[in-house]
Design a protein around this ligand. Structure first.
Ligand SMILES: Nc1ncnc2c1ncn2[C@@H]1O[C@H](COP(=O)(O)OP(=O)(O)OP(=O)(O)O)[C@@H](O)[C@H]1O
Ligand SMILES: O=P(O)(O)OC[C@H]1O[C@H](OP(=O)(O)OP(=O)(O)O)[C@H](O)[C@@H]1O
Length: 229
């Protein structure tokens, strides 16, 4: 069986993924029409599989692809015990974004997680429901807040335009990815101080559970040589 490499089919990670491999002597390209999800790899016995960045963690975990490129945030969010299912082969140095917690700028007394904790307890007493945090990163946010001892909150699912939920009054705070900070500023939100929940970047992963034949392992060794890993 040929080694299968899953790469983002579009969006912010695709082009840089192709460049990253290209710089290391492996030419990845899309084949077929502009809208056809087909690709090829020159210089190695590898089948290119074009996938949504968000689906690559699941495909790796199920062993349907041997290797995959996606954001480290997506692997940690989508896979429980992610490091038992995949191995990080290379941090690729692009697609940097921080997963952060943000609250309205107008909350002058809330700048840290401890402040949020205090406000959350008071909020519940005052409003009769828990402070709502909108996010699509349920696992990462829950784990982070549990470790920090913050309990008086509820997560509200938001799959996009998360920063708008505060203005729309469906949440009091948000947890989302930011890179330039523009979207937060435009929506009058500020990041809580301290380390981000996760610092994400595009990463090349190896599926631990995929069916690795002797030839696949040999091809991976050769690939690691080409890529200088
Ligand atoms: N503003 C941003 N700047 C840099 N990286 C970002 C930004 N927003 C998201 N990302 C990163 O990009 C990756 C997601 O990429 P993208 O948005 O192309 O995928 P997606 O929306 O999940 O893809 P698809 O819609 O095909 O499922 C995540 O790893 C995330 O950390
Ligand atoms: O810090 P910034 O550079 O402003 O980027 C942050 C924004 O980028 C991402 O959204 P995306 O463009 O993927 O749209 P989405 O709302 O559909 O997730 C993320 O969810 C933020 O909303």
């Amino acid at each position: 069986m040929t080694l299968k490499l899953g790469v983002p089919s579009k969006g912010r990670l695709m082009e840089k993924t192709f460049q990253w491999f290209g710089k290391r002597g492996l030419t990845l390209s899309r084949t077929g029409s502009e809208r056809e999800y087909a690709g090829a790899v020159e210089g190695a016995d590898i089948e290119l599989v074009l996938l949504s960045a968000g689906e690559i963690p699941r495909e790796l975990s199920a062993g349907r692809i041997h290797l995959g490129v996606t954001g480290s945030d997506l692997v940690r969010e989508k896979l429980s015990l992610w490091d038992q299912r995949v191995e990080e082969l290379a941090l690729m140095g692009f697609g940097h974004a921080d997963l952060i917690l943000a609250v309205p700028v107008a909350w002058a007394d809330v700048d840290t997680l401890d402040d949020l904790d205090a406000v959350a307890a008071a909020f519940r007493a005052q409003h009769g429901h828990r402070l709502r945090i909108a996010t699509k990163y349920h696992r990462l946010v829950r784990d982070y807040l549990r470790d920090a001892g913050v309990a008086d909150y509820q997560l509200v699912d938001s799959q996009g335009a998360t920063e708008g939920t505060v203005k729309n009054e469906t949440a009091e705070a948000i947890a989302d990815i930011t890179s330039t900070g523009e979207t937060l500023r435009a929506n009058h939100l500020k990041v809580l101080g301290g380390e981000p929940i996760h610092q994400s970047q595009a990463t090349l992963f190896r599926a631990r559970s995929a069916d690795w034949t002797t030839e696949d392992r040999a091809e991976l060794k050769r690939l690691e040589g080409i890529l200088g890993l």
